[in-house]
Write a protein that binds this ligand. Structure first.
Ligand code: ATR
Length: 269
């Protein structure tokens, strides 16, 4: 039985074991997938320990994505660009390969919801690690413009500069948001505290989609606000499942079907 895991702290509520077992069942494969709470200052040791006990690959969640980035012997180009690793793969020679599937997970889920991407005006809220991790694939979808707005305006400007070679990017504070947008992605952690960034009332273009990278049993305050202002709304459950599917593919070279797993998890939230 091949062993995989997710590292986090805390990690008890992670849905990843559920998702990966459901994927494995699609192929009639026997895998073990567990949640491991690594010590905050001991991520590298936890990975080595896991490998020494037969571990083949691991997912990495908060707060270890930068630790995993530093630990990897080889990084994928997209992980390098994101500055973070969410998937570790044990190589044949015992070396550790680091990749990130968060960004492609977001874009796959956006595509599954027929989100406006190519030629669209996209606004991303937030400028932390979660946002940095998704900018490359969002820009690869060739939007007309991608604006990053953040509470700390300078961080958004810096991030826009860092990705300016990939497309038309601008960055600034929430008070610098101008025009309407076809797609607004909330990548701030404000939803966790039930808070809403200060957004203009006329933010959404016709048929706009509002996407929150968070999810829960109830819509986030951002999605409630977006629905009240005329946008179609989607939460981040699908992103979670799509990034997991891409990790599964990296480990086992098989592409799981995500639709049925999304239904399954939705019914269990
Ligand atoms: P993550 O890994 O989730 O991106 P992070 O790097 O700490 O975590 O980034 C958190 C993001 O949420 C930042 O963009 C942060 O804004 P600042 O850069 O100004 O700190 C944003 N954020 C957190 N709480 C917020 C709130 N109450 N209102 C608006 N933005 C908030």
């Amino acid at each position: 039985t091949d062993r995989y895991c997710v590292f986090g702290h805390p990690v008890g509520h992670s849905r990843s074991p559920r998702i990966h077992k459901a994927f494995a069942e699609q192929f009639g494969a026997e895998i073990a997938y567990e949640a491991i709470e690594a010590p905050l200052d001991g991520f590298a040791g936890a990975w080595r320990d896991f490998v020494n006990h037969g571990g083949k690959g691991g997912n990495v969640t908060v707060p270890f994505k930068e630790d995993a980035y530093r630990l990897a012997d080889v990084l994928s180009p997209r992980a390098r660009r994101a500055g973070a690793v969410n998937t570790l793969v044990l190589g044949k020679q015992g070396d550790t390969y680091g990749d990130t599937t968060d960004g492609i997970g977001l874009v796959r889920d956006l595509q599954a919801h027929a989100a406006p991407l190519e030629g669209a005006r996209i606004l991303v809220l937030g400028a932390g690690g979660a946002v940095r991790g998704v900018l490359e694939p969002l820009l690869a979808a060739r939007p007309a413009v991608l604006m990053i707005a953040n509470r700390t305006a300078d961080k958004a400007r810096q991030l826009a500069d860092d990705f300016a070679d990939l497309g038309e990017t601008t960055g600034g504070g929430f008070d610098e948001i101008v025009g309407t947008f076809d797609l607004v992605v909330n990548g701030t952690s404000a939803s966790l505290g039930g808070e809403l960034p200060p957004l203009p009332d006329d933010l959404f273009a016709d048929a706009a989609l509002a996407y929150d990278m968070m999810y829960g049993a109830e819509p986030t305050v951002f999605l409630r606000w977006a629905a009240e202002h005329g946008a179609r709304t989607v939460d981040g459950l699908g992103m979670l499942i799509e990034q997991a599917a891409e990790s599964y593919f990296l480990w086992r070279n098989r592409r799981p079907e995500t639709g049925p797993v999304r239904e399954l998890l939705r019914s269990e939230i």
